[in-house]
Design a protein around this ligand. Structure first.
Ligand code: CTP
Ligand SMILES: C[C@](O)(CO)[C@H](O)COP(=O)(O)O
Length: 266
């Protein structure tokens, strides 16, 4: 893939970014935002700490990133009042000790949590992957593919899948009210975006330094890079990298995990 990515366009030249290519094999760190409450999953512990197959969702996500050969550091962003609890969970759940795991406190939005996690990545890491704790079953092949694409020269890489449903753009209304349809985007051009999203470290840092968002903040790091005017590319995602958001997602995750364990591939 080297050489297939566009150069950084003019609009990026007012930033702190360089246009030099990434070194041949820059070190890769993973930031795992895990500080959300999981409101859509329903009452209970913070989502990342809830059990999936008897193990906290977060532990599955950390394990998936640790298994990726390219990743040599994992930074977990814990709920601000849960750093010690998360540290203890990670230490007691049999994760391989071959790779360093740092735990830092998160913020009020996903965007803020990622920014705080990135701040804990030492300067000598040239590539950063950002992976939702809420995607515990991402296959290691997906992690490796994203890391490889960034190492090959892409400033920003997202795994994504084509959509199964047709999508309508609407004028949002109150819950339950009919909503007027504005447009039906051509489905073949749409992708549902997953994580880990991979970035040249300076690109992600610049995005988090300059892009501010109201309310819940940006829901997607790659979208912030797009706002900088930098190219973002999509690589194939994976059905099992789905996000545990609502109760039915947890049912599906339990089924996928049970199948993996029965096949002894976990
Ligand atoms: N302040 C926040 C909010 C979210 N996240 C993390 O961002 C990821 C994706 O967010 P989402 O699935 O929306 O998780 P929650 O915010 O926990 O869910 P909800 O919106 O239902 O409360 C999750 O791993 C979550 O822990 C975070 O680190 N800090
Ligand atoms: C980053 C993400 O997982 C890509 O699909 C998603 O945007 C996170 O959104 P959420 O609202 O925080 O779940």
């Amino acid at each position: 893939m080297p050489g297939t990515f566009e150069a950084i366009p003019n609009s990026a030249k007012d930033t702190n970014l360089t246009t030099s290519p990434t070194p041949a094999t820059p070190a890769v760190a993973a930031v795992i935002p895990a500080a959300g409450r999981g409101v859509r999953l329903g009452p209970g512990a913070p989502k990342a700490l809830r059990a999936l197959g008897g193990v906290p969702i977060l532990v599955h996500a950390v394990r998936a990133l640790i298994q990726a050969r390219a990743v040599s550091l994992v930074v977990v962003v814990a709920p601000a009042d849960g750093v010690a609890e998360v540290r203890a969970l990670l230490d007691s759940n049999g994760l391989p000790e071959s790779k360093e795991i740092t735990v830092v406190a998160g913020g009020d939005s996903r965007q803020e949590s990622v920014r705080l996690g990135l701040a804990a990545v030492p300067d000598d890491f040239g590539v950063v992957l950002v992976h939702d704790a809420a995607r515990p079953l991402v296959p290691v092949e997906t992690v490796d593919a994203v890391a490889a694409a960034v190492r090959a020269g892409a400033p920003a890489v997202v795994p994504a899948l084509p959509l199964a449903d047709t999508v309508k753009e609407v004028v949002p209304g109150a819950a339950g009210d009919p909503e007027p349809v504005v447009a039906t985007p051509e489905r073949a051009r749409l992708r549902a975006v997953q994580t880990p999203q991979g970035f040249r470290r300076d690109v992600l840092a610049e995005a988090h330094r300059t892009i501010t968002a109201e309310g819940e903040g940006a829901t997607d790091d790659a979208g912030m890079v797009e706002q900088l005017g930098l190219p973002v590319v999509v690589v194939p995602g994976h059905e099992e990298a789905f996000k545990v958001t609502r109760p039915l997602d947890l049912v599906l995750a339990e089924a996928v995990l049970a199948r993996r364990r029965a096949a002894d591939v976990y």
